[in-house]
Each structure stands twice: as structure tokens, then as C-alpha cells.
Design a protein around this ligand. Structure first.
Ligand code: C2E
Ligand code: CA
Ligand code: CA
Ligand code: CA
Length: 277
């Protein structure tokens, strides 16, 4: 009926306006003082399955908004990246986390790499990397404890700014990890010349273990590639013992995933892995 379609239309219109309002609201808050937002940071430990020891942590950003509730990182990271605020947000993360990590170093002799996600856009920004060095010095963090996670989607082989920033990180001894490995665009051959410490195999492939022989074949190939590149390899999003056992059988022993630990607050990480050890 006519009435109904009018109602549907106005509902559609209304939700579109809400959607736009939400985006503008989020963007405005990202442009304000980040300390005034509910943005905070958690860490997900990474493990070596041969001894169950923590080999590092990845920092992940969380935003439980007073009005919108949980906002997914891809949504607000995307908005920050597109509206010129990713640099500020990432520097906020670095300062918050480094101040904690410097305390962990002093109090517990913590010495494991702390991984930070860098968007392809930020990867080309030299000012950001100069600031990163300042923060490393200010908080007294050994550069080898800083692990920069970059995704394959970045134009790793063609963007000169990116290449020069990667060389800059190398010079200071900062680690580099290739995130979401297998899902991006990088031509595998180009990786041979690319200085990388760790490949992080995406959950996409881990999820297919025991289900698709093709994916298992690909995992074999990744392991051989990592061996050839002499870099570490870690599997992401590992949720089951079956996945761990299968990857172990390929010689992979570095893991990150709910099977070992969900992301936890900095306080919980300290309590569980530093104080009680
Ligand atoms: P990512 O870098 O691949 O991070 C791993 C994601 O997988 C995280 O989602 C983590 O919570 C989730 N995860 C880890 N283990 C498991 C598992 O066993 N099962 C399942 N289902 N999920 C698992 P999260 O925190 O929602 O982040 C999503 C993406 O958002 C990240 O993917 C990363 O690309 C981006 N992101 C998050 N925080 C930041 C940040 O501070 N800066 C930037 N640039 N990107 C960020
Ligand atoms: Ca990551
Ligand atoms: Ca990843
Ligand atoms: Ca992923």
C-alpha cells in the first residue's frame, strides 16, 4: 500500500541521516582531544607453543562509545585515516602504551616486542617516524622492542616514502612485521628484497585448516617462503587445538589467537604475565 511504502521510505531516510550523523560525530570526536574520548588500548599476547611463553604483544585500539556502544576498529581507524587523524591517534597510542611498557621494563625486566599497527598512509609519513624515535628515546624503550605491523596492501615495492621510512626504521633497529599475510597484493617475489622480521599469516588461512586442502597447501608454501626469507612466522586468529597441532606439524610455533589469549587490558596483562611470573 501507499502508506506503507511512504513509511519504509521515511525509515530509510531516517536511518541514512543517523548513519551520516554518526560518522560526523565520530570524526568530530577524533578531531578533538583524544583524552576526552573513551578510546583506550588493549594488548593481545603472542605465544611460542613449544614452551607457552609470551614472545610479544600486539596493541589494539578499543572504543566503547557512550552513545554508540562498541565501535569496531576498522570503522574508526578508517575514519581517522581518511580525515587526517591517524597520525594523532597512533601517537596517542604510542605514548599511552610506552609509558606503561617503560614501567614494565623497570619493574619486571620486560623485554618482548610490542607491536603497533601502522596504516599504509601513515607508513609514508616521515614526520610520524621522526616522532616515533623521539617517543622511543623519551620513554627509554629499546628500539628492538618496537614492532611495526604493516599490511600487504601498502605499496611496499613502489612508494619511495614508504621504502625510505622502512629503511629509517631498520637503521634504528625497529622491527617490522608483515600483517595479514596472504590477503594483500604483494607479489611474493618482491618480498625477497624486503627486510622483514616476521610474517603474520592471516586468520583467513588458519580458519580453513581441516576444511580445505588448498589452504593447507598455501600454508605449506608460506612456511617455505618464510624459511627462504629467514624470517619468523606467526599464525593469527588461532582458536582451536586442531589448528595449533596442524601448524606445529608444519614447524610453525608462534601464535596469536583466542586459543591462547584474547586481547586484555594493560593492567590484566601485567597481572597475568608479569607480576605472577
Ligand atoms: P589485525 O591487525 O589483523 O588484528 C587482529 C584482529 O584479530 C584483532 O581484531 C583481534 O582482536 C582479532 N583476533 C585475534 N585473535 C582472534 C581469534 O582467535 N579469533 C577472532 N575471531 N579474532 C581474533 P580487532 O581488535 O577488532 O582489530 C581489527 C583490525 O583493526 C586489526 O586487524 C587492525 O587492522 C585494525 N586495528 C586495530 N587497532 C588498530 C590500531 O591501533 N591502529 C591501526 N592502524 N589499526 C588497528
Ligand atoms: Ca595487526
Ligand atoms: Ca593481522
Ligand atoms: Ca586480519
Amino acid at each position: 500500500s501507499k502508506k506503507r511504502s511512504i513509511n519504509n521510505f521515511s525509515f530509510f531516510e531516517y536511518s541514512m541521516i543517523e548513519e551520516i550523523e554518526r560518522k560526523v560525530h565520530i570524526e568530530n570526536e577524533l578531531h578533538g582531544n583524544l583524552k576526552d574520548t573513551a578510546i583506550h588500548f588493549v594488548v593481545q599476547p603472542q605465544f611460542d607453543s613449544t614452551n607457552n611463553e609470551v614472545i610479544g604483544v600486539e596493541v589494539l585500539t578499543r572504543w566503547i562509545h557512550p552513545k554508540y556502544g562498541y565501535i569496531t576498529p576498522p570503522e574508526f581507524i578508517g575514519i581517522a585515516d581518511n580525515s587526517g587523524r591517524i597520525e594523532e591517534l597512533t601517537k596517542y597510542l604510542i605514548c599511552e602504551v610506552f609509558s606503561k611498557v617503560s614501567k614494565w621494563i623497570q619493574d619486571y625486566g620486560f623485554n618482548k616486542p610490542v607491536a603497533i599497527n601502522i596504516t599504509p598512509k601513515l607508513l609514508g609519513n616521515r614526520k610520524f617516524f621522526n616522532d616515533l624515535i623521539h617517543f622511543i628515546q623519551f620513554y627509554n624503550i629499546p628500539p628492538q622492542m618496537v614492532d611495526i605491523e604493516i599490511t600487504e596492501n601498502a605499496n611496499l615495492d613502489t612508494d619511495q616514502n614508504i621504502l625510505s621510512n622502512i629503511a629509517f626504521c631498520r637503521k634504528y633497529g625497529i622491527r617490522l612485521s608483515l600483517d595479514d599475510f596472504g590477503t594483500g597484493y604483494s607479489k611474493l617475489a618482491d618480498l625477497v628484497d624486503f627486510p622483514i622480521d616476521k610474517l603474520k599469516i592471516d586468520k583467513y588461512f588458519v580458519d580453513k585448516i581441516g576444511k580445505e586442502t588448498n589452504a593447507e597447501l598455501i600454508l605449506h608454501t608460506f612456511m617455505n617462503l618464510a624459511k627462504g626469507l629467514k624470517c619468523d612466522v606467526l599464525a593469527e586468529g588461532v582458536e582451536t587445538k586442531e589448528q595449533v597441532d596442524y601448524l606445529n606439524s608444519l614447524g610453525l610455533t608462534y601464535f596469536q589467537g583466542y586459543y591462547f589469549s584474547k586481547p586484555v587490558s594493560l593492567e590484566e596483562f601485567e597481572q597475568t604475565y608479569l607480576i605472577n611470573n
